[in-house]
Design a protein around this ligand. Sequence first.
Ligand code: FAD
Length: 419
Amino acid sequence: MPRPPPTSTLGAMSGTIHADICVVGAGPVGGTLACRLAAEGISTAIVDRAPLPPMEHPAFDGRAYAIAAGSRRLLEAAGLWEKLPDPPCPILGIRVSDGRVGQAASPLFLHFDHTEAGEGAGPFGWMVEARALRVALNAHLHALPALSVFAPAEARVERDGAGARVHVAGGPTVACKLVVAAEGRNSPLREAARIPVSRFAYRQTGLVFAISHERPHGSTALEHFLPSGPFAQLPMSPTEGAPHVSAVVWTELTPVAHHMLRLDDAALGREIARRLGPHLGAVRVIGRRWHYGLSAMHAHRYHDTRLVLVGDAAHGIHPIAGQGLNLGFRDVQALSRLLTEAVWGGGDPGDPALLARYQAARRPANLAMLAATDALDRLFSTDNLLLRAARDVGIAAVHRLPPLKRAFMRAAMGLSGAA
Ligand SMILES: Cc1cc2nc3c(=O)[nH]c(=O)nc-3n(C[C@H](O)[C@H](O)[C@H](O)COP(=O)(O)OP(=O)(O)OC[C@H]3O[C@@H](n4cnc5c(N)ncnc54)[C@H](O)[C@@H]3O)c2cc1C
């Protein structure tokens, strides 16, 4: 069925441009939402206070994301997947083990193979560097006719029942129906709307590096649960001069993490090898060392007058399961579906009932993932004998019950539940 044109078109009018939606924050979540909406022909503006090109530089962000199947579908629909500069490495197997430093794995471990996950299951996910996603976003944001990009620029926002006005410093005013807060965990728009937030501090720091290793990883990831936090090795595509490469996300108690950061390359390589085990041969840290203080947070509401929160502006979780961005992408899927229906159906994308439907679709699922990752961290990052015994019984049960194992795998792939 041919679709009617959007309710408004983007065009300069005496210092004011009109758009249906204005997204504030061009990170992976806000940028993807803007591309997805613009791909549907919805007039959209996006503002980021930082300059976008430097975000593509390897020195800007060391993270690599494990992108689930549902998130990949979103990136394809937004036109971003094909613009990734390097082929993402698929995750075909995951080995989960439990132990102590210097002990490669306890006698109890789980091996998940993607072929066991049942019908319709491909890889568990794909490893995509944060930098690579920025390259794709920056190339695509500027190529979409329905999208106006303002960066670097500060945004001042006024909202009332009739609409919103985003005053772009040094640029126009964007008159729109809805403002999307996508500025990450410290969202100024969320704070200005006085939306309360619950916060949980972990006394842990996430250390992130790339390593080169002697033997191939076979597209298999390792999650090794240690008393001070999980140690993950995630398979990456080869780079020039390094045929076997993985990303390491290593959670440590903060004082220990800072000690590790001060070690020289050889000593740090030895500490990594003690946690990784011998299966990949000799390892070497390549590139910069990164660290992120870990915390969790959740907004009590996801919307206010003509304002809606997405991604880390609404929720932040422990990286133990690599799900933070995947949750943000699920927000984008739910919100873009509702907004597209509203705009193309001649409705109001800032309608409070629509925003309440978005909150109902996403808040319980995000809260459940926050609780699950928090429980996982508490259950595994402990030396308590009772808890260790309980989780070993759990691991053994998953091992013995193929349907339970399959359910875990399908959940990790985004094949069950809301995706
Ligand atoms: C160690 C670690 C490992 C992780 N690994 C994974 C993983 O494997 N898989 C996964 O799914 N997730 C992972 N995550 C989580 C993931 O990094 C976040 O969920 C994701 O970055 C959130 O994206 P976002 O776009 O919501 O926010 P951000 O990435 O924080 O982007 C916010 C954007 O808003 C802009 N901005 C900020 N303030 C303003 C303002 N006032 N005005 C305008 N613009 C503004 C910023 O410049 C930025 O571009 C990990 C996190 C950590 C700490």
